[in-house]
Design a protein around this ligand. Structure first.
Ligand code: CP3
Length: 352
């Protein structure tokens, strides 16, 4: 082991070990959206901050909410408390979160709107996020990983082009299929923004990275190759050139059969699997190629009890013995009882 490896927290965590070799015994565990509304202490801190975005840009309070789940549960990682949409907000496309609607942005209509966005502005605007990362790293025990993250270009672009969450993605798909030259201008900017954002998080102390491509599952072959794989592959190559020791997990929700060979095509160290991915297929096809992360259905976590125990045991039985990080297949739902999360962590640890 080299000196840099010994000094980096990544060399010492259960999470980072899962990228190198099969975990002996129980797998490391963290949960997407582990900080959030299902915790009463989160709701209190958010009220103190004012709005969700004020919370994201307040390092003291963002550190507090990122640590809250670790005080309650025996988790192997903290994840930076932020959002994938701080990138458009930082670039100069102002964002607000409306109660009952979700994120709302003034949507981009043409490349002139794209040209008004600024990477310089983003770097300055997101300073509080990097401050949050470095304060978090200082607060966390060395055995706990700190996960930095970003949205992948396609998913972030959907919000920038639709102006809000979407079901059909008519506008974003129109750019992708009918205006590919224009769309490329936006995606290229997002590749630069993502590399910059993730690099700044590593420089501030993040030791594992995750890219969220929540809406990766809406494409045909051509669309997936051009607008999911190509931008992510470029981002990972740039990060690997600078930070070869920092593992990158890609969560391409809905990728289905395209998960086969995907880690190699992207250069990624791990793949997040959503709850619809068949366990046995993933064991035979994906796990020999990379570290699998997932994939308990958050709806089953919310239900708890025996249904949850069965689902957890199925995942453990299928993936134990290979490279494996236990997680949900998507984020925790806001009305999830915290006791269910405690029971999940105990069961994965083999304590219940
Ligand atoms: O604990 C963590 O996982 C870290 C923080 C985190 C948040 N969002 C906090 C958040 C992370 C990693 C995200 C990622 C994110 N944000 C994604 C990708 C993953 C996924 O869940 O699909 C997406 C698509 C977003 C965009 C986003 N942010 C939407 C659509 C919404 C509104 C829906 C909702 O759940 O309220 C958000 C808000 C948001 N991001 C909240 C949190 C804790 C809720 C804000 C609140 O009301 O307090």
């Amino acid at each position: 082991m080299s000196v840099t490896e010994i000094n980096s927290p990544a060399a010492t965590t259960r999470l980072s070990a899962a990228f190198r070799a099969p975990t002996a015994g129980s797998p490391p565990i963290w949960l997407m959206r582990q900080a959030g509304r299902y915790l009463p202490e989160y709701r209190a801190t958010r009220a103190e901050a004012g709005s969700f975005l004020d919370l994201c840009y307040n390092p003291r309070l963002a550190v507090e909410v990122a640590l809250q789940p670790l005080r309650r549960f025996d988790l192997d990682a903290a994840i930076l408390f932020s959002d994938i949409l701080v990138i458009p907000d930082g670039l100069g496309q102002p964002l607000r979160f409306e109660e009952g609607v979700g994120p709302v942005l003034m949507r981009l209509e043409d490349t002139a709107d794209v040209a008004r966005l600024s990477l310089e502005r983003m770097r300055a605007h997101l300073e509080p996020v990097y401050e949050t990362v470095s304060r978090l790293r200082a607060e966390l025990p060395r055995a706990v990983s700190l996960i930095g993250f970003s949205g992948a270009p396609w998913t972030v672009a959907t919000y920038m082009l639709e102006g809000r969450g979407s079901r059909e993605f008519h506008l974003a798909k129109y750019w992708a299929y009918a205006r590919p030259e224009d769309f490329r201008v936006l995606v290229d900017l997002l590749v630069e923004a993502t590399v910059s954002h993730l690099s700044a998080q590593v420089d501030a102390g993040a030791d594992v990275l995750q890219l969220f491509d929540t809406w990766a599952g809406v494409f045909d072959d051509r669309g997936f190759a051009a607008w999911v794989e190509d931008p992510i592959r470029r981002i990972v190559a740039r990060l690997k050139a600078r930070y070869p020791q920092v593992p990158v997990i890609v969560f391409a929700r809905g990728a289905g059969a395209r998960l086969a060979g995907l880690a190699q095509r992207l250069g990624a160290d791990g793949l997040g699997l959503d709850p619809t991915v068949p366990l046995a297929w993933a064991r035979e096809t994906v796990q020999p190629e990379t570290t699998v992360q997932g994939n308990l259905d958050p709806a089953i976590l919310r239900i708890g009890g025996e249904a949850m125990e069965r689902a957890i045991d199925d995942i453990l039985a299928a993936w134990r013995g290979g490279r494996f990080i236990f997680n949900l297949g998507h984020g925790i739902l806001p009305d999830t009882p915290p006791q269910h999360v405690a029971a999940l962590v105990r069961r994965v640890r083999g304590e219940a």
